[in-house]
Design a protein around this ligand. Structure first.
Ligand code: GDP
Ligand code: IMO
Ligand code: MG
Length: 420
């Protein structure tokens, strides 16, 4: 029996999709536990790129149980489109299940995400505009609508009417925009009941039975630790709990069920959207890494801000999540740099500290510098295939974080990995 949480250790886009796709072949099921279509998880198979927003990253394994968990917010029209597109592109796909407890992202959530961001002006978060914040806010305010409500059309309509009246007031009176038509929204959403009918389930019992049967279950996190609503760099965060603790409330399991926590760590640092970033690279280096690493948002296409690895931050991440194994990704992207910097401490108010603070404004990074390498490492399949400088970098990360690396990504493809 084994339950493994896969969590992003930085600001998202660490390569969780690739790591999950790799681990799924030996697992029985994979469940997404939080977030929504703000996620963009990439899997490259035989040179073809698949980007998963709502579907778990195990969907490329025929028949593998892929579950959208209780903690996810589901943009149903987008999910149906993603599923249909994948079915057209891949010969066979995973066996999809959707939690009846997952909340729906409704059209007004996306409109309000957009309008609120615009209104914030200079203070904007830089959200993906996928309606995530407004959907989670409604869940907490107890005016959310759940996937399970769709199977009770009268109840669904009643709930929709109640909430849409209020949302339309905000849309028209505060923002001066056009209201949404209740019948249009109702009809659109109820048209998806056929799609969800054979996929919807009580995932608490489903996951429980998998665990009791001794099956291997992966819990796939979206976003990353520093985007956590409580522990991240608030307010420049997402509206859910990407951390491993979020896996329990997003999958309906007990902390006692979790055996392993795999932290996915990119060999450097990136961030999309606004907010402080102490180790952000200067130009032209930032652009060079962005181009080499293909650091453009998988969901929005926005250029990602690039920076050096921040060991202070990832040590915090490792502790917060209870990471016991690290999957290091994109080591190949650092090839060709004369020197590689790692932030080993912060200078805060004139004092040097190794303790992370999510109040990052004004924090100055203190770097350790090591030699880079020039050899192409994309065909390396064992540690000994790596140049000594790359091995030194891997060892340095293990020492700084105090945790073993078991997987090193040296390219985007499924096979481009070193296993330790
Ligand atoms: P996720 O959101 O954490 O799943 O990460 P994304 O898919 O948004 O971004 C990671 C990007 O890096 C994708 O384009 C992946 O195909 C790519 N990638 C993942 N691992 C590696 C790696 O080891 N090397 C290289 N060069 N690319 C990788
Ligand atoms: P994956 O799962 C990187 C960022 C947005 C913004 C902030 C809030 O692919 O790693 P939201 O739309 O969630 O309200 O936006 O969070 N963000 C991500 N950044 N990877 C992601 O997902 C992200 N999901 C949200 O850019 O700064
Ligand atoms: Mg991503």
């Amino acid at each position: 029996m084994s339950v493994t949480v896969i969590v992003g250790m930085q600001w998202g886009d660490e390569g969780k999709g690739k790591v999950v796709d790799f681990l799924v072949k030996d697992a029985d099921a994979v469940l997404r536990y939080q977030g929504g279509s703000n996620a963009g998880h990439t899997v490259v198979l035989k040179g073809k790129k698949y980007i998963f927003h709502l579907l778990p990253s195990g969907m490329l394994y025929p028949g593998k149980l892929c579950i959208i968990g209780d903690g996810v917010v589901v943009d149903l029209p987008l999910l149906v489109e993603e599923y249909d597109t994948l079915k057209r592109e891949a010969v066979e796909v995973g066996d999809l299940r959707i939690s009846e407890l997952a909340h729906l992202v409704m059209p007004y959530h996306k409109i309000l995400d957009e309008l609120e961001e615009r209104r914030r002006g200079e203070q904007k978060i830089g959200t993906t505009r996928r309606g995530i914040g407004p959907a989670y806010a409604d869940k907490v305010s107890r005016v959310g609508i759940r996937v399970g409500d769709l199977l009770r059309p009268d109840l669904f309509e009643e709930k929709l009417k109640f909430v849409l009246d209020r949302k339309n007031e905000i849309i028209t009176k505060i923002y001066g925009e056009r209201p949404l038509d209740i019948l249009e929204v109702r009809n659109l959403y109820l048209s998806y009941t056929d799609f969800i009918k054979d996929k919807i389930c009580n995932t608490v019992y489903l996951v429980r039975s998998l665990i009791e049967e001794g099956k291997e279950v992966l819990l796939e996190g979206a976003q990353g630790t520093l985007l956590d609503i409580t522990y991240g760099t608030y307010p420049y965060v997402t509206s859910s709990h990407p951390i491993s603790g979020g896996a329990c409330v997003g999958a309906g399991i007990s902390p006692r069920d979790v055996n392993d926590v795999i932290g996915v760590l990119k060999a450097y640092n990136t961030r999309v959207g606004m907010g402080p970033f102490p180790t952000e690279m200067e130009e032209p280096l930032g652009s060079l890494i962005r181009e080499r690493g293909g650091e453009f948002g998988a969901t929005t296409g926005r250029p990602r801000r690039c920076g050096w690895l921040d060991a202070v931050m990832i040590k915090y991440s490792a502790k917060l999540n209870g990471v016991n194994k690290i999957a290091l990704t994109k080591l190949d992207v650092l090839t060709g740099l004369e020197k590689i910097k790692v932030c080993v401490a912060y200078k805060v108010d004139g004092k040097i500290t190794e303790e992370f603070t999510p109040f990052l404004e004004g924090v100055r990074p203190i770097y350790e510098e090591i030699d880079g390498w020039n050899e192409d490492i994309t065909s390396a399949r064992s540690l000994s295939d790596l140049p000594p400088e790359a091995r030194r970098y891997v060892k340095l990360i293990e020492e700084l974080v105090g945790c073993k690396i078991f997987f090193i990504g040296v390219g985007a493809g499924r096979e481009e990995v070193i296993l330790l």
